[in-house]
Design a protein around this ligand. Structure first.
Ligand code: ZN
Length: 471
């Protein structure tokens, strides 16, 4: 439904005109998404300052059948946070709701509003000598509300789980404006359905998360970062299991990258250098975080390497000698999305399979895409310890970018078919948004998909919550 001038004025009166944008120039930063894949229009961007204002906006939108697109830091990669191009959907941006409502180191919990930037939340935890472990590339601008709505992953999932696993309670506003307050700080609460998990990962299609109580952890006393060269993903898998068995939850990262990824980073990142003396087909970046004084981290990592070298799994390995060197190792990994952009077009996937199936998946998927586009440059990298890879393919050197990107769907279905055959997931950590709506219909078990529709219908009967996303 389109918005009348009168309705726009009523909506603006909720936030006040200083926090409402109707002019295209002022709206641009809310409309453009990081991959420039989706282009939408909106008559109105609203930035409410409190939960009551969010509730008032939704109530009015629901009465008038107006679609509402919730948005945090606008860093999402599947177009879930931008409107369609009908110019009928209102953007509700939560950036102004950026207060830390409470922090309790004794309970290891923090209550933050949706608009708190992830890096700010990490820093706030650090001030009370605690760790908020969620960590991802966009942490300087993504917001915790968006992290919750997409159940974001990142590089610490191996030890601490996805965003979902870090939540004690949430506050959420339903489509009709009802506020559900479940901001409990309890570690145990078996009083019926665990409603918070309905909204986490729902990408704003069932309600808007306005605040959350999150778990804090002890800060690691020492961190060991290593960069390892090896021959193939199968050896990486065996190495992973040695590290996991020996270090348990102290193994906080295990990231895989191919030699082409390292070469891209070395070519395009200022001041980067190869941590090892010669090239290897694959690399692992692993990290141990030691929180207790009773464990000698240096001895532990040494024994892991000894075992792995004895089994002929590793070609070479280097341990970061300083915080700065550790940062340099991580920069090679974190820069991978950016450096791929510098190499032209890149067709992307965010898949997961069982950790033990990673080598087989890579073998099959690499063969399939290399057959389809012979000179393409696959750069699959990511969270091997979670069975999650960003299976990205850079265009052939000097190929036409637009022509290459025109094959996005075709290559996606090649890769996704292998993922589905292997009982994997076509979206491991980025969500569905607009990008994967169609493939979700094929990938999801039909009975589960029906149940998702029933839930959507009962919580949002007028279909105003982030229309056109997920389902
Ligand atoms: Zn990732």
């Amino acid at each position: 439904m389109s918005l009348s001038k009168q309705l726009i004025q009523k909506l603006i009166s909720i936030t006040g005109s200083t926090h409402a944008y109707t002019d295209l120039q002022e709206q641009i930063s809310f409309l453009e998404e990081p991959r420039n894949k989706f282009f939408g229009k909106t008559p109105l961007v609203l930035q409410p300052g409190c939960t009551g204002e969010v509730a008032a906006i939704l109530r009015l939108a629901n009465e008038n059948n107006i679609g509402v697109v919730p948005q945090g830091g606008n860093t999402g990669l599947t177009g879930g946070q931008v409107p369609d191009n009908t110019n009928t959907q209102v953007i509700l941006n939560l950036s102004r709701m950026n207060k830390i409502r409470d922090i309790n180191p004794q309970n290891n919990s923090v209550t933050a509003e949706a608009g708190v930037v992830l890096a700010t939340l990490q820093a706030t935890a650090e001030e009370v000598d605690r760790l908020f472990p969620l960590s991802l590339g966009s942490q300087g601008s993504c917001q915790i509300g968006g992290n919750l709505s997409t159940n974001a992953g990142g590089t610490s999932v191996l030890a601490y789980g996805n965003t979902r696993d870090l939540v004690l309670g949430i506050e959420v506003v339903l489509a009709n404006g009802t506020i559900i307050n479940q901001l409990g700080t309890l570690r145990k609460d078996n009083t019926g359905y665990d409603l918070k998990h309905l909204f986490i990962g729902a990408e704003g299609t069932l309600g808007i998360i306005t605040a959350a109580t999150l778990k804090l952890y002890p800060r690691p006393k020492s961190i060991y970062t290593a960069f390892v060269g090896l021959d193939n993903p199968d050896k990486a898998l065996k190495f992973f299991n040695i590290a996991k068995n020996d270090a348990g939850s102290m193994l906080t990262a295990f990231e895989l990258l191919p030699v082409i990824g390292l070469e891209f980073s070395l070519r395009h990142l200022d001041g980067s250098r190869d941590p090892l003396t010669c090239k290897h087909p694959w690399y692992v970046l692993l990290e141990l975080s030691i929180s207790t004084g009773s464990v000698d981290g240096a001895l532990l990592i040494e024994s892991i390497f000894e075992r792995a070298f004895a089994q002929d799994l590793l070609n070479d390995a280097v341990l970061a000698g300083s915080i700065e060197q550790s940062r340099q190792f991580w920069a090679l990994r974190h820069g991978l999305s950016e450096v791929q952009r510098a190499e032209g077009g890149s067709i992307k996937h965010d898949i997961s399979v069982a950790v033990s199936d990673i080598p087989e998946f890579l073998e099959r998927a690499l063969k399939a895409v290399e057959k389809a586009i012979p000179d393409c440059r696959p750069c699959p990298f990511g969270h091997m310890g979670d069975g999650n890879l960003h299976f990205n393919i850079s265009q052939p050197v000097e190929a036409d970018k637009a022509e290459f990107l025109a094959r996005w769907e075709e290559i996606n279905s090649l890769v996704h078919n292998i993922v589905i055959e292997m009982n994997g997931s076509i979206s491991a950590e980025h969500g569905i948004g607009q990008l994967k709506r169609e493939i979700l219909k094929q990938a999801k078990d039909p009975a589960s998909l029906r149940l998702m529709h029933i839930l959507k219908k009962s919580l949002d009967p007028n279909g105003i919550m982030n229309p056109g996303k997920v389902l």
